[in-house]
Design a protein around this ligand. Sequence first.
Ligand code: NI
Length: 204
Amino acid sequence: MRWLIYGVAGLALLVAAGIAVLAVQVIEGGPNEAGGILGQPTVGGPFELIDGDGRTVTEKDFAGRPMIVYFGYTYCPDVCPTELIAIADALDLMPPEEAARIQPVFITVDPERDTPEVMKDYVAAFYPTMVGLTGTAAQVRAAAKAYRVYYARQEPASEGSPYLMAHSSFIYVMDANGKYVRHFSMGTQPEEIAAGLREVLAAG
Ligand code: NI
C-alpha cells in the first residue's frame, strides 16, 4: 500500500506544482499578450472601419490615446444606450483634462442600418468626443472578432417591426499603444469605470 500512498502524494504534488506554474504564466503573461497564453484569446488588435464622415480609419488613427470601446448598434432598445450613458457618465466624473485624454469609441455590429451618418448623429447624443465606427459587413466582422465580440441578427417577433441584434456587452479599455488593459461587464457603475480609466492614465 505504501507505494500507492507515495504515488498519490507525488501525483498531488505534481498537480499542485503544475497549477502554480500555470498561475504564474497567466499572471505574467495576461490574456492580451501576442498570441495569447495557454490558449487565452487576445483582445483587440488591428482593425479597419469607417468613421462618421465616411473615412477609413484603423487602430493607428487612435494611437497615443487610451480608448474605451463598446460594440453595439443604434437600434438597440436598452443595453447599448445604458452602457454608452455609463461611459459618458464615467468621463463626466473624471477631471476634464483627464477625460480629454480618453477616446470613447462605439463600434456597430449592425452596419446594414448603422451608416456613417447614423453613427455620427447617434454618438454625438451621448458624448461630444465619442467616435462612432461602422464598415462593410466584413470589416465589422473582423473588428468584432478581434475584440471577441459575439453578435447575431434576430428576426423580429412580428412582421414589420425592426430586427434586433443579439450581441455581447463588454466595455473594453485599451492603452495608448492599443493594447487591451481590462474590460467592464454590463452594469458596471460609472464610478468604477472612471476609477479604472484614471488608473490607466496614471500607468502612462
Ligand atoms: Ni445593444
